[in-house]
Design a protein around this ligand. Structure first.
Ligand code: F6R
Length: 258
């Protein structure tokens, strides 16, 4: 990085909605409140959903709100960002399993309205095109929830010289495999490939909410909000979106607001 090469982070933050919250609980409260507000306002909302440790608290709160009859998901459609290529839906580390365990089994969503990448029967190319057509046919994603990888990935769009717009098969970065190995018996068990929504599908969402918690995300957050847009930090492209909110806790904000 050269001198004068960096936009004042404060200027970037003024352009985006940045919410720095105290801790993970507050982050989960804010994220769940945003989803619930949309679904109350638009019963047939289309949600783009993420897995991983970060949104678990948000899902738990949405389930609680549903049980309290505060929110109904009966007309909601969902599209998940990604799935490991080689894991069957019943595998405990698959994102199918995760979504049912944390969210879908506990709410009144119609199974036909749940979309998670899984290409059984079709070629990968045909499946990916079909996934994008399904998003389009649903009217596009109203609200996309994102986590962020410690390397700045969103979905499984890993840092690269160029990024693909549509849903595609991707080789996971070594850093991602290392990060995700905590969920598997050994790093060798982590699938090397995944299907992910592309950066174009993500950027077409009407609204995006990115969640980040913990010191491990501080560097990725700083690089995503630096005023520089680069495919080396895929989340930095979100700076171009007209309606994006970063909800991050103090630890994830520790580089931008030391
Ligand atoms: C998961 C996904 C990933 C995760 C990211 C952070 O569907 O798209 O981009 O959001 O790897 O994962 P956690 O939240 O486990 O740190």
């Amino acid at each position: 990085m050269q001198a004068g090469d960096r936009t004042d982070p404060k200027a970037v933050m003024r352009m985006l909605n940045l919410e720095i919250v105290k801790n993970y609980d507050e982050l989960s409260d804010r994220a769940a409140a945003k989803v619930a507000a949309l679904v109350k306002e638009k019963r047939d909302a289309v949600l783009g959903l993420a897995t991983g440790a970060t949104p678990e608290g948000m899902y738990a709160r949405l389930v609680r709100m549903h049980r309290a009859e505060e929110v109904s998901f009966s007309s909601v459609t969902t599209f998940n960002l990604d799935e490991y290529e080689s894991l069957p839906p019943g595998h405990p580390q698959s994102y199918h399993y995760y979504m049912h365990r944390h969210f879908f089994s506990h709410i009144n969503i119609s199974p036909q309205r749940i979309n998670i990448p899984l290409c059984s029967g079709l070629s990968v190319e045909a499946f990916c095109l079909d996934y994008d057509s399904r998003i389009e046919a649903a009217g596009g994603i109203d609200l996309q929830i994102l986590g962020i990888g410690s390397n700045g990935h969103v979905g499984f769009n890993e840092p690269a010289n160029s990024l693909l717009l549509g849903t595609h098969l991707v080789e996971l970065a070594e850093e991602t495999i290392r990060d995700n190995s905590r969920h598997f018996d050994s790093p060798g068990d982590v699938p090397r490939r995944a299907i992910t929504m592309g950066i174009g599908s993500i950027m077409q969402a009407g609204e995006i909410v990115l969640l980040a918690s913990g010191k491990g995300k501080a560097r990725a957050i700083a690089d995503s909000l630096s005023g520089r847009v680069t495919t080396a930090v895929p989340a930095s492209l979100l700076q171009l979106h007209p309606r994006v909110t970063f909800i991050i806790d103090k630890e994830a904000a520790s580089i931008i607001e030391p």
